[in-house]
Write a protein that binds this ligand. Structure first.
Ligand SMILES: [Zn+2]
Length: 104
């Protein structure tokens, strides 16, 4: 935390967050700001460490879903309808599944 004196309508003491440079009139608030950045950074690192595993899980689930859709569609005359699954219109989801299937 940086203490800084600035001339804004006279002398005023500010406490400045080391990370973002935001000014606070109390040391406590400046410390809280720095702690927030620390937590954000921890969260970012945590998310980053999970990224590849989570992406692999999603791809595996999508691959499995793609297989099941293909099996279903070959077993029944009417193809499965999947409108608006998780906000994806059916064409979007099927497009994704097809692109995954064609990559193997
Ligand atoms: Zn800050």
């Amino acid at each position: 935390m940086i203490k800084s004196l600035e001339r804004v309508n006279g002398m005023k003491l500010y406490y400045i967050c080391d990370v973002c440079g935001k000014k606070y009139e109390s040391a406590e608030f400046a410390e809280q700001c720095e702690q927030r950045h620390q937590l954000d950074e921890q969260r970012r690192k945590e998310l980053e460490s999970q990224r590849e595993r989570r992406a692999a899980q999603i791809k595996e689930l999508a691959r499995e879903l793609s297989e099941r859709v293909k099996e279903y569609n070959s077993d029944y005359s009417e193809p499965i309808r999947m409108e608006n699954i998780y906000g994806l219109p059916a064409w979007g989801l099927l497009e994704i599944l097809n692109s995954l299937a064609s990559r193997r």
